[in-house]
Design a protein around this ligand. Structure first.
Ligand SMILES: *Cc1c(COP(=O)(O)O)cnc(C)c1O
Length: 400
C-alpha cells in the first residue's frame, strides 16, 4: 500500500492538543475545530435570539432525520431511513422490542459474548419486562453462524467487538439470519465512520449506533437507529413517545405511529448536541469510506508490526487478519491498566478494558503514520523501563 493512502486531508480540521497522540477516537472522538463556533451560533442566535420559534425557523424539529442522513451515507442506508435520538442503549431496546413483536411465535434472542454489556443488559431487561418466556442465548462470536436456528426471533450482534476489534461478516450473518426466518439487528457503535458498511446491500432490518465515537459528535451526542424502509411502517414502537406520533401537535388521546422512520423518535431531541454533531459530520463530506478503510488498515498493520518487534511483553488480542478487524488494535498485558496510565501521562491516549486489554483506536481522519511510530516509541519506553510500575498508575478512575 502506498503511504499516500495513509493520510486523509482533514487532520487540520480537528482540535488536537499539541504533542498529544490520540488513539481513543473509538471511545470519544476529538473536537472538530468548526464545532465551537457552530455551538456559539446555535446557542446565541437560535436559542438566545429565536427561542421557541427555533423549532420551526431553525428547523430543529426536522433535524433528527435531516442530520441523520449524513450518517446514512456512511453506513449505506437510504436517505430518510435513519433517525437520531436518545442513547444507544435506548435504541437497542427499540430495535429488539420491535424485532420480537415481528416474530411473536419465537422465543430466542441470539447474541455473542463479545457484545458490549449494555446491549446484553438491555435485552435482559426487556425480556424480563415482556415476561413471555424469551431466552437470551449468548454464544462465542465464532459460534454465531452455527447457532442461528429457526428458534431465533432476533439475531442481535455488534459488528466490531469493542475489546478486540474482531469484526463479524455482516452480509453472511444477515443472510443466515434471514434464511432461518430471524430478524437481524446490527450494532454499529464501532463501525460507523470506522469501516465501510452497506446496510442496503445486507438488508438487515435494524441497525443502531452511537455518534460520539468515530463520528466525533461529542460527549452525550445522540444515538441513531436505522429501520429497513420496506418494513418500517409495520414496526410497532414500544417506546411510544409523542414525537414518534403521526401528529404530535394534534395532542390526540391515543398513540398512532408516524409514517416511516419518524416513528422511532421518542421525546424532545437534544438540539444543542445535534448542532455539534451536524458540524462534526461535515468533515466527512469529502471523505470516502473506502479511503478511510485503506488508511486505517495501513495504520493498524504498522502498529502491530512495530509493537510486536519492540514490545515482546505484549500479546496481540486482535485478529491478525486485517479483513477480520475493525479500526482498532488491542494488546493483552498483565499490567495493562498501569501501562495505559503511564502512556496517558506521556500524552499517548488509548484506553483499558478489563481484564487486561490495552486498546488503541486508529482513526485516519487525524492519525497518521508518524503518530503511530511515535506512539510505539513511547510504549516501548514505558515497557522497557517498567515506567508503569509506579503506585500513581494503579489508582482507577470511574472511567477507564
Ligand atoms: C459504546 C457502545 C454503547 C454505549 O451505549 P450508550 O447508551 O451510548 O452509553 C453501546 N453498545 C455498544 C456496542 C457500544 O460500543
Amino acid at each position: 500500500m502506498s503511504s499516500a493512502a495513509v493520510t486523509l486531508p482533514v487532520k487540520e480540521r480537528f482540535n488536537l492538543p499539541d504533542g498529544m497522540i490520540y488513539l481513543d477516537g473509538n471511545s470519544l472522538g476529538p473536537l472538530p475545530r468548526a464545532v465551537p463556533a457552530r455551538l456559539a451560533s446555535m446557542v446565541g442566535d437560535e436559542w438566545g435570539g429565536h427561542l421557541i420559534r427555533g423549532w420551526n425557523v431553525d428547523g430543529w424539529m426536522a433535524q433528527p432525520v435531516s442530520v441523520a442522513d449524513r450518517i446514512g451515507r456512511l453506513i449505506g442506508a437510504p436517505q430518510g431511513s435513519v433517525v437520531l435520538g436518545d442513547t444507544l442503549s435506548i435504541k437497542v431496546h427499540q430495535a429488539l422490542s420491535a424485532a420480537l413483536a415481528m416474530r411473536p411465535n419465537r422465543r430466542v434472542v441470539l447474541s455473542d459474548n463479545g457484545n458490549f454489556p449494555t446491549d446484553l443488559y438491555m435485552a435482559e431487561g426487556l425480556i424480563g419486562q415482556l415476561d413471555q418466556g424469551h431466552e437470551l442465548r449468548v454464544v462465542d462470536p465464532e459460534a454465531v453462524a452455527d447457532a442461528i436456528t429457526g428458534e431465533a426471533a432476533a439475531v442481535m450482534l455488534t459488528h466490531v467487538d469493542y475489546r478486540t476489534g474482531r469484526m463479524h461478516d455482516m452480509a453472511a450473518i444477515t443472510k443466515l439470519a434471514h434464511e432461518a426466518g430471524a430478524v437481524m439487528i446490527w450494532d454499529l457503535a464501532h463501525s460507523a465512520g470506522a469501516v465501510p458498511v452497506d446496510l442496503a446491500a445486507c438488508k438487515a432490518e435494524f441497525a443502531v449506533g452511537c455518534t460520539y465515537k468515530y463520528l466525533n459528535g461529542g460527549p452525550g451526542a445522540p444515538a441513531f437507529i436505522h429501520v429497513r424502509p420496506d418494513i418500517v411502517d409495520d414496526v410497532e414502537p414500544a417506546l411510544s413517545g409523542w414525537l414518534g406520533h403521526d401528529a404530535p401537535f394534534a395532542f390526540e388521546p391515543h398513540y398512532r405511529p408516524a409514517a416511516g422512520i419518524e416513528r422511532m423518535r421518542v421525546g424532545t431531541p437534544p438540539i444543542i448536541q445535534i448542532a455539534a454533531l451536524d458540524e462534526a459530520l461535515k468533515v466527512w463530506d469529502d471523505i470516502d469510506m473506502d479511503d478511510v478503510r485503506a488508511a486505517s488498515i495501513a495504520l493498524c498493520e504498522t502498529f502491530i508490526a512495530e509493537v510486536e518487534a519492540r514490545c515482546p511483553q505484549l500479546t496481540l488480542a486482535s485478529p491478525r487478519d486485517a479483513g477480520m478487524r475493525g479500526s482498532q488494535v488491542s494488546f493483552a498485558f498483565e499490567h495493562g491498566y498501569a501501562a495505559m496510565q503511564a502512556l496517558i501521562a506521556r500524552d499517548v491516549i488509548g484506553d483499558f478494558r478489563a481484564p487486561d486489554i490495552m486498546r488503541f483506536g486508529f482513526t485516519p481522519l487525524y492519525i497518521d503514520d508518524g503518530d503511530v511510530r511515535t506512539a510505539v516509541d513511547v510504549l516501548a519506553e514505558v515497557l522497557d523501563k517498567r515506567l508503569w510500575d509506579d503506585p500513581a498508575y494503579q489508582a482507577r478512575g470511574r472511567v477507564t
